[in-house]
Ligand binder design. Structure first.
Ligand SMILES: NC(=O)c1ccc[n+]([C@@H]2O[C@H](COP(=O)([O-])OP(=O)(O)OC[C@H]3O[C@@H](n4cnc5c(N)ncnc54)[C@H](O)[C@@H]3O)[C@@H](O)[C@H]2O)c1
Ligand SMILES: O=C(O)C(=O)C[C@]1(C(=O)O)C=C[C@@H](O)C=C1
Length: 308
């Protein structure tokens, strides 16, 4: 049996989404928008949120795992990354030969280890992926059909994967509006520790520092757009970020250590009132941030609206 995906018109006869929240729900909506999916079946841990997903038209039905997997074309794991082993372990006995399994997890090294352990030889069917798009709100109510439009998706194919399966996963994301890139998992994890995982950790820390102060109420009442913009992502799912920080801890610890050194350097310049050094440092960062914003605007991946 093959996955049954019609490659010319690209239609996925049966898509199974495990974890129907922001990311899985948005993928289902994007594929429905493109007319690229027959039936979407949701699997989850909360009956209430699955019922809500049906009500919103994000999935067509929910089903227990074993039933959902029957004749599934593509299965997408969209639960927090620490759930990967348990989900794949439960899925393995029911996984049919032609079904392609993929994921949307924010970390890749730990997900791949979990997949190899849980799936054994069937890991050939697992194509790791990560959409670089999201929001600070979670759950199926936050799902959007255009979440992936123009955004990047990183694929970290395994040596074991069959090229047509990798192409099918790539096509799925393209049809959902994204632009795909392939890179090794180690590079992925090092990169996103720097540009996603550390920034989230810092945003949580910044909010915690203000909230823990005795005069936190007053501080929060007067906080302006600077605080708002630097801390938007601190409203993100604590469970998801717990799993990401632990799942990618080696690369994240490297980034934390480097950041501590940068902070120590800045602290010294402030202690010494070294305005020249501070201005030089800020100028480099400011120029780099402007250049990044301009580059983002000129490539296929549009920045968020407030960036333009
Ligand atoms: N939020 C983002 O910005 C973002 C971006 C890219 C990738 N991701 C990744 O996507 C995944 C999902 O994130 P999200 O933002 O959609 O989270 P979410 O909280 O909106 O959705 C996760 C869903 O998974 C369900 N779930 C949890 N454990 C489960 C289990 N054992 N079995 C089945 N369902 C289970 C939850 O009930 C929930 O419905 C995570 O791995 C995350 O790292 C998130
Ligand atoms: O826009 C946001 O809220 C996000 O944090 C999205 C974001 C990120 O850019 O860091 C978060 C986690 C991901 O795995 C991918 C994207």
């Amino acid at each position: 049996m093959d996955s049954g995906v019609e490659v010319n018109t690209f239609v996925i006869p049966k898509l199974v989404v495990i974890g129907v929240g922001l990311i899985g729900g948005s993928l289902a909506l994007a594929l429905k928008r493109a007319g690229a999916v027959g039936r979407v079946v949701g699997v989850g841990r909360s009956a209430a949120s699955l019922a809500r997903a049906v009500e919103l038209g994000v999935i067509d039905e929910s089903a227990p795992l074993e039933e959902a997997l029957r004749d599934a074309s593509i299965v997408v794991l969209c639960a927090p990354v620490a759930q990967t082993f348990n989900i794949l372990h439960a899925l393995e006995p029911h996984l049919q030969p032609g079904t392609i399994v993929t994921d949307a997890g924010s970390t890749k090294g730990d997900v791949i280890v979990a997949a190899k352990t849980a799936l054994g030889d069937k890991v050939v069917q697992f194509v790791p992926a990560h959409p670089i798009a999201g929001r600070e709100v979670s759950g199926v109510d936050a799902a959007l059909p255009d979440l992936y439009d123009g955004k990047r998706v990183v694929l970290c194919p395994l040596q074991e994967n069959l090229p047509p399966d990798v192409s099918t996963v790539q096509r799925m994301w393209e049809v959902a509006g994204a632009v795909c890139h392939v890179m090794p998992a180690v590079q992925h994890d090092a990169m996103f520790a720097a540009v996603s995982h550390l920034p989230h950790l810092l945003a949580f820390a910044l909010v915690a520092q203000v909230v823990n102060a005795e005069d936190s109420e007053a501080k929060l009442a007067f906080a302006g757009s600077g605080f708002r913009d630097t801390t938007r992502i601190a409203a993100s799912s604590p469970e998801m970020w717990r799993d990401i920080c632990i799942g990618n801890r080696t690369a994240l610890l490297r980034e934390i250590t480097t950041y501590q050194a940068v902070l120590a350097h800045l602290k010294t310049q402030v202690e010494q009132s070294n305005g020249d050094a501070l201005e030089k440092f800020f100028r480099r960062a400011s120029d780099a941030r402007h250049a990044w914003g301009a580059r983002q605007a000129s490539v296929q991946c549009p920045p968020d609206a407030d960036e333009t």
